[in-house]
Design a protein around this ligand. Structure first.
Ligand code: DON
Length: 560
């Protein structure tokens, strides 16, 4: 009798599982596919692959590779990133961690002089600044494990764009012009980006035949096309010739890691975001949990900003003091995500006065380098991915004849507790350099879901990525803002514990706003440029609609 009950219970649970799966597929069936990225040619590559029968994961491979070609200053095969996937048929979220790793020869003090002071630029310029890239491995992995098409099919649009070229858009031309000194430093970089000694003009056709050949090697041989064989040989040769420390073994041992995303509730919304080695999810959960203990909703607009700033201050303090690659160091994730801890944090916040961090430091970088895209396919699979080579044009070093511009992501490690990185972020031993370790990131591809809608989004912006994502979540959940264009275009302010001031976008906030915060003791500084380039899909579950929105801060710059 008991075994009968067990069996029928088993059969019932299988039946309900099938019905449940059916329900999930049903829920999104008929919602039109959508692709949104920072560049129209990369977006077109995504649609092309969906039209060929690829799923969202194939399209993600196509868009990532196309962005490497058309936005080479922001991401590429020489960099890394995080791809947040949602598999609709099993209702599962996965983070593909394709973050760079420190070379085996790397050491804690490699960017310091004899007095333990950082050598200016050493962690940012040239091949010594480059971590072992993860993007090629991630693309091969996503294609093989989650895609429907062959890798070669998904890489075809990017190979075509690299081989046949594309028209230089205004943003690309401006970026080249602005960084031409950096690009002139290494011969193989200059050959590609400064043909004839100067940056290509808007409208000119820009071809990258070497990059096309490297992409083709990956199309033929998968990950091995990059991490082994002639491309790997050329990477090592050129890196070592110019003062880098990569070994064959560094490339051969690189692996992407599938991670469980950070998932938590904020009011009626389920948030799914980046786990370590990105600080994104952990910083978001702390800030949002802290706000739950404060009268956020009942507060007026100025008080709300004060509360958000103070919640950010405390969460970024923990980022600086506690976070790092959890495969190497112990991070108190359970404590930081607990409600009781958030209550203690909230109690530290003075509702009337700004908290204090430490003396202010200058902010060195404001930016749109790095890139994000979002994809939804007709079966409800989705991808939110943020990829980077760190600062504009990464390390500035193209490796030999591979056509690949290497990242300078090593700067995301903490070189010492009192040495800020290019984004002004401080760190602790938890984020110190170690061979094979991943530098702490802020990249935060994110899903936010409530009963009516799902947001699939993310943005570049260095340390400010997390606060941008936070502001969107607050606007969506607390203000019921469901216009994706308004969500991505919203005004941005930021606080990261150190430097101890509120960073605001220029020409965005009026003097009342600034004075109200100054009155509470905050220092408010307008930055030189607006920041971020957010890309979003909003899925309207009831009307089965998908709406896309691209950050005007990015689009406005593109005239071709
Ligand atoms: O991983 C990180 O957090 C940084 N390397 C991302 C860099 C970035 O977003 C640059 N954009 N402004």
């Amino acid at each position: 009798m008991q075994s009968y009950l067990k069996k029928s219970g088993h059969a019932l649970s299988i039946l309900s599982f099938i019905l449940w799966i059916g329900f999930i597929c049903q829920a999104y069936a008929g919602t039109p596919a959508a692709v949104v990225s920072a560049h129209r040619l990369a977006t077109a590559a995504g649609y092309e692959i969906l039209d060929k029968g690829g799923n969202a994961f194939d399209a993600a491979v196509a868009v990532s590779a196309a962005l490497a070609v058309v936005e080479p200053y922001a991401s590429g095969l020489g960099g890394g990133g995080f791809w947040l996937l949602h598999e609709a048929n099993v209702d599962r979220n996965i983070m593909i961690d394709g973050r760079e790793i420190a070379p085996l020869e790397a050491s804690k003090t490699m960017y310091l002089d004899d007095n333990n002071q950082p050598v200016p630029g050493k962690s940012l310029n040239g091949p010594l600044a480059a971590g072992i890239p993860g993007t090629p491995a991630a693309l091969a992995y996503i294609s093989q494990r989650y895609g429907r098409l062959d890798l070669a099919q998904s890489l075809a649009p990017a190979i075509r764009l690299a081989r046949e070229g594309f028209r230089v858009d205004h943003r690309f031309a401006q970026t080249l012009e602005f960084h031409k000194k950096k690009l002139a430093k290494y011969t193989d970089t200059a050959k590609i980006f400064l043909p004839g000694g100067k940056p290509p003009e808007p409208g000119q056709i820009f071809r990258q035949s070497q990059l096309a050949a490297t992409l083709s090697a990956i199309a033929r041989s998968g990950s091995k096309g990059f991490y082994e064989g002639s491309v790997a040989y050329e990477l090592i040769r050129s890196v070592r010739n110019s003062g880098g420390i990569w070994h064959e073994q560094d490339l051969a041992r690189y692996r992407v890691i599938e991670r469980k995303p950070m998932q938590f509730r904020y009011k009626n919304a389920l948030i799914t975001s980046a786990p370590l080695p990105s600080a994104g999810g952990l910083t978001l959960v702390q800030a949002l949990n802290t706000l739950k203990w404060l009268n956020f909703e009942e507060s007026n607009v100025f008080e709300r900003v004060h509360l958000v700033v103070e919640a950010l201050r405390l969460s970024y303090k923990n980022r600086a003091e506690l976070l790092g690659d959890s495969d190497f160091v112990q991070v108190p994730v359970e404590l930081l995500t607990s409600k009781a801890y958030a209550q203690q944090q909230a109690a530290l916040i003075n509702l009337k006065r700004a908290g204090v961090s430490m003396p202010s430091q200058p902010v060195k970088n404001e930016g749109k380098e790095t890139t994000h895209f979002s994809i939804l396919d007709k079966d409800g699979n989705r991808v939110a991915a943020t990829m980077s080579i760190n600062t504009f044009f990464g390390s500035g070093f193209v490796a030999g004849d591979t056509g690949i511009l290497l990242n300078n992501e090593m700067d995301d490690f903490a070189m010492g507790t009192d040495i800020p990185n290019v984004f002004g972020l401080y760190g602790s031993q938890a984020n110190a350099i170690a061979p094979g370790k991943r530098p702490l990131s802020s990249m935060s591809p994110t899903f936010v879901e409530n009963d009516e809608n799902i947001l699939v989004f993310g943005t570049p912006g260095g340390s400010r990525i997390i606060s941008m994502v936070l502001l969107v979540i607050l606007d969506f959940v607390n203000n019921n803002q469901t216009d994706p264009q308004k969500l991505v275009a919203g005004p941005r302010f930021h606080h990261q514990y150190l430097p101890d001031f509120i960073q605001i976008e220029p020409e965005t906030f009026n003097s009342d706003w600034v004075e109200a915060l100054q009155y509470k003791g905050h220092e408010v500084r307008a930055m030189q440029r607006k920041w971020g380039n957010m890309q979003m899909i909003l899925i309207d579950k009831r009307n089965r609609q998908s709406l896309v929105a691209s950050d005007p801060r990015g689009i406005l710059d593109i005239r071709y």
